[in-house]
Design a protein around this ligand. Structure first.
Ligand code: UD1
Length: 417
C-alpha cells in the first residue's frame, strides 16, 4: 500500500498553481449526460474521483476521449441507465447521475452511495425533491429504482436543508423537465455557480431570482460545448493554511481570491499577512498565530472541507480555539491522529476544543478520509523529523500532484510504494 514520507520542519516558499476544482468537475461531468452532442471539458484535475466519475460515465455508454489538455465526451450512443455500486461506493458524487438519467430517459437504477467515514450522508433530500418532479422511486437492496412515467414535470421545490448535492442533482434534472421549476433554499457554493454557467452555455434556461432561489425553464435539447472548469478553492485554502502554519511565503496562483474571501479573512485574523491580486494570493505566515473560534457552514461560511486543515493550524495558536462542525457531525477522524502527534484536542459532540502552543511530534499515521489525510500532511510538515502517512489513497481522490507541488515549495516529501 502506498505511503507518504514527510520530513519536517518545513517552511514553504515559492509558487503553487491551483488545479481545476474536483467538486465542480464532478457535477459537470454528471450533467454531460443531458446531452447527445460532443462536450469538451478543460481543467479537470487529475485525481481519482474524476477517474471514477469517467468510469461511471463510460459504464453508462458515454464515449470518453481523455487527452492531456481536455476530455471529450460523446453521448450520441449513450443509453444505459444503471449505475453500479462498484463505481458509486467510493465516490458519493455518483448519486449525481440520477437527476440527468431521469431527465433524459425517464428511468434510472442507481446505487446508494453507501456509508462514509465522515458521517451517514443520506440522499433523502435528493429523492424527495425528485419525486416532486414526478419521479416514483423504491429502494431495493441498496439501489434507487426510479421512474418518471410521464417524464419530469417542473415544480416548486423548497429544500428542507441546504444541500450541495441535492441542489446540483435537481438543477441538472430540471433543465430537461417540462415547464418551470423553482428551487428554493439552494446551496450557493461557487461550484454550483460553475455548474449553472456550464448548463447555460449548453443551452439550458436557468436564472437566480433571489439569493437562494433558482428558476429553471425546461428545454427540449442541449447544444455541444467547450467548457473550462473553475479552480479548486479547497486546494487553494489548503496551501494557504500550509503557508500560515509553516511561517511560509507562498504565491498561490490561478484562483480568484474573491471566492475564498471567508478563508482569507480568517487567515488574516489568525495573523497571516495576505495580499490579494487579480488571480493570485500572496501569503506570509507569522511566527505568532492567534486563536480563533470557527464554525463550518454552507457557503459563504467556512467550508467543512477545510475544517481539518484549520484545526492543525489552530494547534499552533497562542491560546485555546474552538471549532464547531455544523455540516457533518462525525467529521473529526483526524483528531485522534493529531493527538498522537502531540496535539491536545478534545471533542464534545460537534465541537472541538483545541489547545494552542503545541509542538507537533513526527509519527507514523493513518489517513482516514480525503481532508483528514491532507491535515496529517500539514501536521507532519510542522513536526520535527520523519512522519509516515499510510492509506494515502484517500488523498489521491482529491489533490492533484500534491507531493510535486509541495516539493517545489521546499517540502521534503516522497511517496513510498
Ligand atoms: C458536503 C458539503 C460540501 C463538501 C462535501 C464534501 C456543505 C453544505 N456541503 O456536500 O461543501 O464539499 O460535503 O465534503 O457544506 N443531507 C441530508 N440528506 C440529503 C443530503 C444531505 O440529510 O439528502 C445532510 C448531510 O448529511 C449534511 C448536510 O445535509 O449534514 C449537507 O450535505 P450536502 O451538502 O448534501 O453534502 P454534499 O453534497 O456531500
Amino acid at each position: 500500500m502506498k505511503k507518504l514520507e514527510v520530513f519536517g520542519v518545513a517552511k514553504l516558499k515559492g509558487q503553487i498553481r491551483i488545479s481545476g476544482s474536483k467538486n465542480a468537475s464532478l457535477p459537470i461531468l454528471a450533467a454531460t449526460l443531458l446531452s447527445d452532442k460532443i462536450i469538451s471539458l478543460r481543467n479537470l484535475p487529475k485525481v481519482k474521483d474524476i477517474e471514477t466519475m469517467i468510469l461511471l460515465l463510460k459504464s453508462l455508454g458515454s464515449i470518453v476521449d481523455d487527452n492531456k489538455k481536455k476530455i471529450t465526451i460523446k453521448n450520441n450512443k449513450q443509453s444505459k441507465t444503471f449505475a453500479a455500486y462498484s463505481l458509486v461506493k467510493t465516490m458519493r458524487a455518483g448519486i449525481l447521475v440520477l437527476g440527468p438519467l431521469l431527465a433524459k430517459f425517464g428511468k434510472a437504477k442507481v446505487s446508494l452511495p453507501g456509508g462514509c467515514a465522515i458521517g451517514t450522508r443520506p440522499v433523502d433530500i435528493h429523492l424527495k425533491a425528485l419525486s416532486k418532479l414526478g419521479v416514483k422511486y423504491k429502494i431495493i437492496q441498496g439501489y434507487v429504482h426510479a421512474d418518471a412515467p410521464k417524464g419530469l414535470i417542473g415544480a416548486n421545490i423548497k429544500f428542507p436543508k441546504i444541500s450541495v448535492g441535492a441542489t446540483e442533482n435537481l438543477i441538472i434534472a430540471a433543465c430537461l423537465a417540462k415547464g418551470k421549476t423553482v428551487l428554493s433554499n439552494c446551496a450557493i457554493e461557487p461550484e454550483i455557480e460553475d455548474l449553472i454557467n456550464f448548463l447555460i452555455k449548453m443551452g439550458c434556461n436557468i436564472k437566480w431570482t433571489s439569493k437562494r432561489t433558482i428558476k429553471i425553464e425546461g428545454v427540449a435539447k442541449v447544444n455541444e460545448l467547450n467548457y473550462q472548469v473553475m479552480p479548486d478553492r479547497i486546494e487553494a485554502g489548503t496551501y494557504l493554511i500550509a503557508a500560515a502554519l509553516t511561517e511560509g511565503n507562498l504565491k498561490v496562483t490561478g484562483i480568484d481570491p474573491k471566492i475564498i474571501s471567508t478563508e482569507i479573512n480568517i487567515l488574516k485574523k489568525v495573523g497571516a499577512k495576505i495580499i490579494q491580486k487579480k488571480n493570485e494570493i500572496l501569503i506570509k505566515g507569522s511566527k505568532k498565530i492567534k486563536s480563533i473560534n470557527i464554525k463550518t457552514s454552507p457557503y459563504p461560511g467556512f467550508p467543512t472541507d477545510l475544517q481539518a486543515q484549520m484545526m492543525v493550524l489552530l494547534c499552533k495558536a497562542n491560546k485555546k480555539s474552538y471549532i464547531k462542525e455544523e455540516i457533518f457531525e462525525n467529521r473529526f477522524m483526524h483528531v485522534a491522529e493529531l493527538n498522537r502527534m502531540g496535539a491536545k484536542i478534545s471533542i464534545n459532540g460537534n465541537k472541538a476544543t483545541i489547545e494552542g502552543n503545541i509542538k507537533f511530534e513526527a509519527a507514523e499515521l493513518m489517513a482516514t478520509d480525503l481532508r483528514a489525510s491532507v491535515s496529517l500532511i500539514l501536521a507532519a510538515l510542522a513536526s520535527k523529523g520523519k512522519s509516515i502517512i499510510n492509506r494515502i489513497y484517500h488523498l489521491d481522490r482529491g489533490y492533484e500532484d500534491i507531493e510535486k507541488k509541495l516539493k517545489k515549495v521546499g517540502a521534503k516529501i516522497r511517496r513510498l510504494n
